[in-house]
Design a protein around this ligand. Structure first.
Ligand SMILES: [Mg+2]
Length: 191
């Protein structure tokens, strides 16, 4: 069976960090308003530190987080034909100790919402780029552009718009817009 590595944030779940910033600032930013990879980078440096205190002390964004349409259903289908790993980074270099809670929150969310995933196939890391597998699905080009993986699918996202078709093609990466497209690519011909 081929191994697939699937990212969690903005690949399976979405807008958790956006909601956290909106709740903190009492704003109503939408995903399309943000073009930085880290939503909190829209905050001024001093405010960002206060936000990070609040984020790590008070919040579990996974308690109430949106899921991309059909993501869980398609991943369950994929798990019948592929060896599926969920691989998610939890280390925040700005707050190495505080960010330990993210490993717990992410692990809990995956266990509760994707019971068909073998818990041993949940990879919580800080170095996603060194992990080898046949197929990778992520919203961050940096996690896809290393030499590993014969199929690399990039979930379309505001922050990755600066990569055009030619650039992605040269990296062996294909842009996809939703989980139905992923199903079409990876399950075509599967019973
Ligand atoms: Mg991601």
């Amino acid at each position: 069976m081929k191994k697939i590595m699937i990212d969690l944030d903005e690949t399976i779940v979405m807008d958790g960090y956006l909601k956290a910033v909106n709740d903190y600032k009492h704003t109503n930013y939408k995903a399309e308003d943000i073009d930085t990879y880290f939503v909190e980078d829209i905050l001024e440096p001093e405010e960002k530190e206060k936000f990070l205190d609040y984020f790590y002390e008070k919040l579990n964004i996974y308690e109430d987080i949106k899921v991309l349409p059909n993501a869980i259903k398609v991943i369950e289908e994929l798990s019948k034909h592929y060896d599926v790993y969920i691989c998610t980074a939890f280390v925040d270099k700005r707050r190495p100790l505080d960010s330990k809670v993210m490993a717990m929150y992410k692990y809990e969310w995956i266990i509760k919402n994707m019971p068909f995933i073998d818990p041993k196939k949940i990879i919580l890391t800080g170095s996603k780029d060194v992990i080898m597998c046949d197929i990778k699905i992520d919203d961050k080009v940096g996690n896809l552009e290393n030499g590993y993986g014969e199929v690399k699918l990039l979930l379309d996202h505001r922050h990755n718009q600066n990569y055009d078709f030619e650039k992605l093609n040269s990296l062996g990466i294909r842009r996809v817009y939703n989980w139905d497209a992923i199903r079409d690519i990876l399950l075509e011909g599967c019973e």
